[in-house]
Design a protein around this ligand. Structure first.
Ligand SMILES: NC(=O)C1=CN([C@@H]2O[C@H](COP(=O)(O)OP(=O)(O)OC[C@H]3O[C@@H](n4cnc5c(N)ncnc54)[C@H](O)[C@@H]3O)[C@@H](O)[C@H]2O)C=CC1
Length: 546
């Protein structure tokens, strides 16, 4: 039995002291990903019970680039950037950006894999993708733990993110075998048919709030359609996406089909300008989205843009109060508020405002903040110190502009000494807000809910739509007709009725207005990763005018 196997048996034996020793042993030896994987993948370990990682211990040493079927060391150590563990403020690893030569290698690797992958039948691709989904499911806890360590969100949420990732791959695997064209009958026995063909090498550029999940949302439909992908995660969260690359490789995709290059704006720019790249799918801020669009326009590359939001959540007086309060919390505090589609402008009908505020504040104060790897934690750390400062700055500004802080909005120092350098804050509810305030107009991307009273449906619709964003919106009411009338008039890509932030992979997700265009998830996304070829077939003689 291997050492890992022995430790696993001890871990699985249910003896807490031994379990602790084994865990300590793992981390004093700075576990490699591969070893951790070996540990976690043996069936003796009940994954929900045993936590293999612990906050403040992990060092990531392996290379984080991936092309030609394996991890690749950076060419040189130029322009490195520290990557932090948000819960402790400790440096987790160094991110070394890829330069032109490395980007080219990754793209060439993708191109050669594309030539093989695109020739497979959809069902053949499906089989490999299903295997990738299975491996992710099996390694779910390990990936989720690393996501937590790199991103700061709670383990409960990270586990859901990883579940959504494999579900997405499973969903598009199911669709790969269904891709087909049309047959069109023409006069005289002639006919035409259409072929749905892949685009080629697609680039994915991700944000830091859902590192693994964003990579799955982009790669799953891309690969199902027969494309290859080069993915660049955010420089702040470089750690987990390379595991997705390893998993695809293990599942049996051709070498080089899914590649990872690390880096920031410069590396992203190289990707967007590369002549072999056929499409760019981007998740991030509006200013960067505009740059991506400009760069892609130069070589007429299609783009998908998943950008920011300042979404409205409208709560009518006939709502079921407890659900509305729970919905408002789900709309604001998932992932420390770092969610693009959050409903941060909470419009509440005036008659129920006092009761709503009382309940929402009570529940917000009860949110358990702390070590994100603990099962009981409901809110972890924000992504970085500058981002925390920025979010706190919005609250200072809101107070100056007349908003009233009902709870939270302060830096938070957990009792555990190892978390003292972490980027925590208390979730905040702002009252006395109006539509002109900065906190109501701008995306904060932190746990800050702005509550706004309203009187009539007509008024609230006009105010809800009075924004350049249009990612999501929500409405709580018991009146079915009102609910559908309101969503019909909301300018947003996703609308929720009597819930918020529910994003199953079967339904399209994407923005209106400056929140972007194109969609992720759902059947429609196939159209964004494929192109239609029309073939016209003459069965008679050519009828020439000349
Ligand atoms: N609509 C959606 O689905 C989502 C939108 N977001 C939005 O993302 C933002 C937060 O994420 P950040 O990572 O801070 O956004 P960001 O726009 O700064 O960066 C996003 C990605 O773009 C890369 N990048 C930056 N400049 C680039 C350039 N000139 N060329 C190519 N790539 C470049 C970054 O390295 C990163 O990988 C928020 O505004 C949020 O609303 C985040 C998650 C989901």
């Amino acid at each position: 039995m291997t050492e890992a196997g022995r430790m696993t048996q001890q871990l699985g034996s249910g003896q807490p002291s031994r379990r602790k020793t084994a865990r300590a042993l793992c981390f004093t030896r700075a576990l490699t990903f591969a070893k951790m994987a070996e540990l976690l993948r043996t069936p003796l370990v009940p994954p929900a019970v045993i936590r293999s990682a612990s906050t403040g211990t992990l060092e990531v040493k392996e290379p984080l680039n991936f092309w030609c079927g394996g991890r690749v060391k950076p060419k040189d150590m130029k322009n490195t950037e520290p990557v932090y563990e948000p819960a402790t403020g400790r440096v987790l690893c160094q991110m070394v950006p890829c330069g032109a030569e490395e980007v080219d290698k990754a793209i060439q690797s993708a191109q050669s894999a594309f030539l093989k992958w695109s020739k497979l039948a959809g069902m053949e691709r499906a089989r490999i993708m299903l295997e990738a989904a299975r491996i992710i499911r099996e390694r779910r806890d390990e990936i989720a733990e690393l996501e937590v360590i790199n991103n700061g969100k709670s383990i409960t949420e990270a586990a859901v993110d990883i579940d959504v990732a494999w579900q997405c791959i499973e969903y598009y695997a199911g669709m790969a075998g269904t891709l087909a064209g049309q047959h069109v009958q023409l006069p005289g026995g002639s006919f035409a048919y259409t072929r749905r063909e892949p685009l080629g090498v697609c680039v994915g550029i991700g944000a830091w709030n859902y590192p693994f999940q964003i990579a799955a949302w982009k790669s799953a439909p891309a690969l199902a359609c027969g494309n290859a992908m080069v993915f660049k995660p955010s420089p702040m969260t470089p750690v987990t996406v390379v595991m997705l690359a390893e998993i695809y490789a293990e599942a049996g995709v051709p070498e080089g089909l899914f590649n990872v290059v690390q880096g920031g704006a410069e590396t992203g720019t190289l990707l967007c300008h590369h002549p072999l790249v056929a499409k760019v799918s981007f998740t991030g801020s509006v200013p960067t989205g505009k740059k991506i669009m400009e760069m892609s326009a130069k070589s007429v590359k299609p783009v998908t843009l998943e950008l920011g939001g300042k979404s409205p959540l409208i709560i009518f007086k006939d709502s079921e109060m407890e659900n509305a309060v729970k919905g408002a919390l789900m709309a604001n505090f998932l992932s420390q508020g770092e969610v693009c589609c959050n409903g941060t402008r909470v419009f509440v009908q005036r008659e129920i405002l006092p009761k709503f505020l009382e309940d929402v504040v009570k529940r917000t104060k009860a949110i358990q903040i702390g070590d994100p790897l603990l099962d009981g934690t409901r809110m972890g750390a924000l992504i970085s110190q500058p981002h925390l400062d920025r979010v706190l700055g919005f609250i200072t500004q809101a107070k100056k502009e007349g908003a009233k802080v009902l709870c939270g909005g302060e830096p938070f120092v957990p009792t555990d000494p190892k978390l003292h350098g972490g980027y925590f804050m208390t979730p905040c509810v702002l009252d006395n807000c109006n539509d002109g305030m900065t906190c109501v107009k701008e995306e904060i991307f932190g746990p800050v809910m702005s509550v706004l009273p309203f009187d009539t449906e007509e008024e609230v619709l006009q105010r809800a739509n009075n924004t350049t964003f249009g990612l999501a919106a929500g409405v709580f009411t018991r009146d079915v007709a009102r609910a559908h009338r309101v969503v019909e008039n909301l300018q947003a890509g996703t609308c929720f009725i009597n819930n918020y932030n529910v994003s199953p992979v079967e339904v399209p997700f994407g923005g209106y207005k400056m929140s972007g265009f194109g969609r992720e998830n759902g059947q429609v996304t196939i159209e964004y990763y494929s192109q239609l070829k029309t073939v016209v077939v003459e069965m008679g003689d050519v009828d020439s005018l000349f």
